[in-house]
Design a protein around this ligand. Structure first.
Ligand code: SAM
Length: 322
């Protein structure tokens, strides 16, 4: 029996399992370890298990690692570290995630296991560990076989953002490998309070921000931000510009948001791109998503879909105008 730990959003567990089973129909769900971490059983090698996503972004899977040992964490971290080293293959980096409170922090366990991570190794062996109560679920896998180069699929950004929404845009730009052109013109739908506009401004874009609510004071005085105090539906009747990029993080039913994006397509330059979140009520989710994609395909090519680590009950799309 070969076990692995799957990490995904607590709202999209079935979707993540379906995503694996599309390529590996015999994968069995064993049990949840905690909200975002699940034990699965597979019959192939770990390399083959993750191979479908070697050159392609997974939608719902955030991380997968082989479960090789379950080790009790005692108070003595030096002893624990020795036990890990004796039972597991050599590793160059340790990614530790605590899902319950423990006397030791993730940082102190990481330090004990791997005080000097080797960042020079071309294909390092990564130790992944989820700690639930006093049990560490541990496995080592080569970075080349992992789903993401980041710990549990979560990239740490040094850039500060004014709110959590800002992380979604940074993660989307990074995941979809989108490089924004300086001085390009962006339309930000549902822009308030303004983290996405701030992220775009830091990359040198001019932003037209549409939001019925107030924006951050720093944006109000920025000459490269034009704020229209209205809904996206109302702005459609007075929009005359053509944009290089439209972003949409509106708190709006997914299908309504998709319909609105179709109406905005004439205001996007040829080959222009869209980054949008589809907010979900988590009822009939598969049908809502399918319908939203069908609507969007009238005007856009869906380039990538990702349930980002920083998304909650939502997914993020990268579209290009047809
Ligand atoms: C999640 S917040 C957006 C956060 C924003 N992206 C940021 O970075 O700060 C959702 C926003 O959608 C706005 N919204 C909801 N319906 C809208 C509509 N019809 N037109 C424009 N904005 C709308 C809300 O007022 C709210 O500011």
């Amino acid at each position: 029996m070969t076990l692995a730990i799957l990490t995904c959003s607590e709202y999209f567990v079935d979707f993540a399992l379906n995503e694996i089973r599309r390529y590996h129909p015999t994968v069995q769900y064993i049990e949840p370890l905690a909200d975002k971490h699940h034990l699965i059983e597979y019959t192939t090698t770990f390399k083959k298990l993750t191979s479908p996503w070697r050159n392609k972004l997974a939608i719902y899977l955030h991380h997968l690692y082989p479960l090789q040992h379950q080790i009790y964490i005692a108070h003595d971290l030096a002893q624990f570290s020795q036990q890990v080293r004796q039972t597991l293959p050599r590793f160059d980096r340790a990614d530790v995630r605590m899902v319950s409170t423990h006397t030791h922090s993730a940082h102190s366990i990481r330090q004990a296991l791997c005080p000097h991570p080797n960042h020079r190794q071309r294909n390092p062996n990564i130790l992944s560990m989820v700690v639930v109560d006093n049990i560490a679920y541990v496995g080592v896998s080569p970075a080349s076989q992992n789903m993401s180069p980041h710990p549990f699929g979560k990239k740490h950004f040094r850039e500060l953002v004014p709110n959590r929404a800002g992380l979604k845009l940074m993660e989307a730009l990074d995941s979809f490998s989108i490089y924004l052109r300086d001085n390009a013109h962006a339309l930000d739908l549902g822009a308030a309070p303004g983290a996405w506009t701030t992220v775009l401004r830091k990359r040198g874009l001019r932003v037209t921000a549409i939001a019925p609510d107030d924006m951050y004071p720093t944006l109000k005085t920025d000459p490269c931000v034009q704020h229209f105090h209205m809904t996206a539906e109302d702005y459609l009747t007075r929009c005359h510009d053509r944009f290089d990029l439209i972003v949409n993080d509106m708190k709006m039913d997914a299908q309504d948001s998709a319909r609105l994006m179709v109406r905005y397509a004439p205001y996007l330059r040829n080959n222009g791109i869209v980054i949008m979140t589809l907010k979900l009520r988590m009822r009939r989710t598969a049908r809502v998503l399918d319908h939203s994609y069908r609507l969007l395909r009238k005007q856009y090519k869906i380039m990538q879909i990702r349930q980002l680590v920083s998304n909650k009950k939502e997914i993020t799309l990268f579209l290009r105008k047809k």
